[in-house]
Design a protein around this ligand. Structure first.
Ligand SMILES: Nc1nc2c(c(=O)[nH]1)N[C@H]1C(S)=C(S)[C@@H](COP(=O)(O)OP(=O)(O)OC[C@H]3O[C@@H](n4cnc5c(=O)[nH]c(N)nc54)[C@H](O)[C@@H]3O)O[C@H]1N2
Ligand SMILES: Nc1nc2c(c(=O)[nH]1)N[C@H]1C(S)=C(S)[C@@H](COP(=O)(O)OP(=O)(O)OC[C@H]3O[C@@H](n4cnc5c(=O)[nH]c(N)nc54)[C@H](O)[C@@H]3O)O[C@H]1N2
Ligand SMILES: [Mo]
Length: 761
């Protein structure tokens, strides 16, 4: 039996706080996920579904993008993967009767948690201009609504957003549709996520992706896990860290928080994980101040240069002279820095930094993993470039057991980019696309997420379409984004579940419900499969097996092709042929995107195939000069005035981005509520607040606009001094649209200057 959706909602009064945990995984993880799965799916469906997860002939987990060991292991258990599956495979339904019973304005008052818990969308729904209810609409009429809106506008006044769950096949036809229409306005969730990694790696090593395989992680000598909380967001990565430790690796965690998964791990796959004490993961935890990683990596690099002067064997001189450039400038720059100021900015104890520097001299098999703690800062790109400096100095790119490892979020966010979802396409890609499909793609670059919101706010966008995701909740500066969407003539959301972007809409709106990863796809009367690319460039097939929630649902490929056929009356592309046989889409991809030779044949292989990566494969660097670039970066500390703290926004253990599974954050000891701010006890005292106080959080930015998040409960917590943390998306109202990372335009969701005020009433 499945349970009805809970009525429970979230306010600061219901929260209870317990101790934070040191251990991740173990039996509590299994219990938590099975309880949630059975409530959503019932017991039999739970067993059937979870057994098909990440199997050779099953579906790819819709959770994170961490790779699977050969895609061949027996079911690799992951609590949060299981929750992601339960959320999609739920038996609860949001059908036309639901929309008849709930007006849009009443739905808008509900929390994200409540909206998501209502179940799977079952029918295409339409909000007519001025109406407060969605009504059912046929697919054909829905496509007609979009065609009319696009015909009444011009291509550059439309925006086509993508979230990272979209398959390669759907992403390819979607970007093709936008470009045949005539625009590169293809913002995606990457713009808010790993864009900074792509920019920094592209500039320095010539490829914006991880240079390691899972084997490299298993055989690394030192692994740095920087700005990442794998226990919650990439739980299967803990298994890889455990294997690496068993092989002798040392793990260094760099994080303002003592995240449970970084400290100790009980692998639910192994008997020792059930009864034993688990594996100690981090040998060293550097509890750094938010936004100071550039200073830390400069200190480490400076020290490596110094140690090399003493010992001569620390820098990889042969590799640096054969394959890199910029060494002299970098060394001169590092020599001129003020180490005391850098150390003060990090808030770290000098002995711990020295221990890490010494550790880094013991082996060139160094892997650096990172995620949002590095990418969502003003100096994110410079910081990641400094990480690359470290690896280049030690010769740790393009050798076994070593390399860069940006750990991607959404399960196919990397593949979507490979398929051409980007607002800044390169000429080579556009040339190949135009030649293959016989049209002239637009060359002018389009809007990324932040630019799209700016354009909407100015009234420069008529049509907004989202292929997955939850734009209004995921984007920064919620008030500005809300106004922007409301100024559109039409907003269209292709979605599996109800979310805030269905209730914050343009004058007219459509919800187009689609199949998810777990659903069987019989488009065109035949069994279709899709493909995805994981965080390490491995492409493999994904085939869902469950009966879809409603016969009305269409696949994302089918929706995009159906829409394109209707909108583009004179198109060079045979859209319906593509929709009925995804092999044909893959044939086009093979001829447009390098690395996809014999695409259809190779996805038949267990485990799929790995895309080429010159630095990893042949130690060659496809930069303009053909050499890897060492860079001199300047650290500019974020100014935090007296009485203010630097806020970072993070995920709880019970959410997937804007999808809120539940109101607990087990590892951090929070139950039954999300409106909390974690603050150091000493900072609370200094600010004259106490643990448990309820406050409004106000962000301060140079534009002088007051952004206020009302009624958060203060929680004394072991965070780095001067910093604090709250959950995304509740805190997104505080992230100013104009506060972005240099060079990548990513919102600085991990550094917002805030103050607290006692609420007015
Ligand atoms: N279950 C689950 N899995 C997910 C997701 C989810 O929401 N739920 N989201 C997916 C997505 S899209 C992504 S991008 C990833 C996100 O994965 P993460 O990046 O792990 O997610 P965040 O919760 O944003 O955590 C950021 C971490 O960086 C630390 N941090 C913050 N600021 C700094 C800093 O200045 N320096 C350092 N060194 N550390 C800092 C925080 O304390 C926190 O541990 O996870 C993916 N997987
Ligand atoms: N303040 C702050 N803001 C952030 C972040 C942060 O750390 N702090 N993180 C940023 C990051 S890293 C990311 S990636 C973005 C995430 O931004 P998005 O990707 O836009 O958001 P999600 O919450 O992942 O999207 C969830 C919705 O996707 C739909 N969905 C789920 N599966 C499918 C599917 O298979 N197909 C389709 N068509 N729809 C589906 C469901 O309707 C669901 O409601 O948020 C960013 N925003
Ligand atoms: Mo992400």
């Amino acid at each position: 039996m499945t349970k009805p959706a809970p009525e429970q909602d979230d306010d600061e009064a219901s929260i209870s706080i317990g101790p934070a945990k040191a251990v991740a995984g173990g039996v509590p993880a299994v219990v938590a996920s099975l309880r949630m799965s059975a409530a959503q799916m019932g017991v039999r469906r739970t067993a059937k579904t979870l057994l098909a997860l990440n199997q050779v002939d099953g579906f790819d987990c819709p959770g994170c993008a961490w790779p699977d060991p050969d895609h061949r292991s027996s079911f690799e258990f992951c609590e949060n993967g299981a929750k992601a599956v339960a959320e999609e495979a739920t038996r609860r339904r949001v059908d036309p009767a639901f929309f008849a019973a709930h007006s849009i304005s009443t739905l808008a008052e509900r929390t994200d948690h409540w909206l998501g818990q209502q179940g799977r969308l079952t029918h295409p729904m339409h909000r007519a201009a001025g109406a407060d209810h969605y009504r059912p609409i046929s697919w054909d009429d829905a496509f007609g609504v979009v065609a009319d809106a696009l015909a009444a506008s011009t291509p550059e006044r439309s925006v086509f957003y993508t979230s990272g769950r979209t398959s390669n096949e759907a992403a390819f036809v979607y970007q093709l549709f936008a470009r045949v229409l005539g625009t590169n306005n293809l913002p995606d969730c990457s713009n808010m996520c790993h864009e900074s990694s792509g920019v920094a790696l592209g500039r320095t090593i010539g490829v914006g992706k991880a240079s390691v395989t899972l084997e490299d992680v298993h055989h690394a000598g030192v692994i740095l896990v920087v700005g990442q909380n794998p226990g919650t967001n990439h739980p299967r990565m803990l298994t890889a860290l455990e294997t690496a430790k068993a092989n002798g690796a040392k793990v260094v965690a760099v994080n303002p928080l003592r995240e449970a998964g970084l400290i100790r791990f009980k692998n639910p796959q192994r008997a020792t994980g059930v009864v034993g004490r688990g594996t100690d993961l981090a040998d060293e935890l550097l509890q750094i101040r938010v936004g100071a990683d550039l200073a830390l990596f400069q200190l480490l690099n400076r020290r490596l240069v110094e140690l090399d002067r003493e010992r001569g064997d620390v820098l990889d001189h042969a590799f640096l002279s054969d394959s890199c450039e910029g060494l002299d400038e970098l060394v001169a720059h590092l020599d001129a820095l003020d180490p005391d100021a850098l150390l003060a900015a990090t808030g770290l104890d000098p002995a711990s930094v020295e221990r890490v520097a010494q550790l880094l001299t013991t082996t060139p098999r160094i892997v650096v993993c990172w995620a949002m703690g590095l990418t969502q800062h003003r100096q994110a790109v410079a910081t990641i470039q400094e990480v690359v400096n470290l690896l280049l100095l030690r010769g740790s790119i393009g050798r076994p057991g070593a390399g860069v490892c940006p750990v991607r979020g959404h399960s196919n966010v990397q593949g979507d980019r490979t398929m051409g979802i980007t607002e800044q396409p390169g000429d080579a890609f556009l040339d190949a696309l135009g030649a293959e499909l016989d049209f002239s793609p637009p060359r002018q670059h389009g809007y990324d997420v932040v630019a799209a919101i700016g354009a909407m706010a100015r009234g420069d966008v008529d049509v907004f379409m989202g292929l997955g995701g939850n734009f209004v909740a995921a984007a920064p500066d919620t008030a500005v984004t809300t106004d922007g969407l409301r100024r559109c003539r039409l907003t269209v959301q292709v979605s599996t579940k109800l979310n805030r972007s269905h209730v914050v809409t343009g004058s007219e709106a459509l919800i187009l419900p689609c199949l998810g990863r777990t659903d069987r796809d019989h488009t065109g009367g035949r069994a279709q499969r899709v493909t995805v690319e994981d965080s390490m460039g491995v492409v493999h097939a994904s085939v869902g097996g469950l009966e879809p929630p409603s016969p009305e649902l269409r696949s994302e490929v089918d929706i995009v092709c159906g829409l394109a056929a209707r909108v583009l009356t004179t198109s060079p592309v045979d859209w319906s042929a593509l929709a009925t046989d995804y092999d044909r889409i893959r044939d086009h991809v093979e001829r447009v995107v390098p690395g996809f030779e014999r695409f259809n044949e190779r996805i038949g292989r267990p485990g799929g195939f790995t895309l080429p990566h010159p630095p990893r494969d042949t130690r060659t660097f496809p930069t303009p000069s053909g050499r890897a670039q060492l860079t001199a970066n300047d650290f500019v500390p974020i100014e935090v005035p007296e009485g203010r703290l630097l806020l970072q926004t993070i995920r709880s253990h019970d959410q997937y981005n804007t999808t809120i599974y539940g109101l607990d954050d087990r590892y951090r000891g929070i139950s039954n509520g999300r409106r909390v701010v974690f603050v150091h006890r000493a900072d609370l005292a200094q600010l004259a607040f106490a643990d448990g106080d309820v406050v409004d959080v106000i962000s301060e930015f140079r534009d002088g606009v007051e952004r206020r998040a009302p009624r958060f409960r203060l929680v004394a917590y072991e965070v780095a001094r001067g910093t604090c943390a709250a959950y995304f998306p509740e805190a997104n109202v505080l992230v100013p649209l104009g506060s972005v990372a240099e060079h990548s335009n990513t919102p600085t969701s991990k550094s917002v200057v805030v103050r607290f005020e006692r609420p007015a009433s």
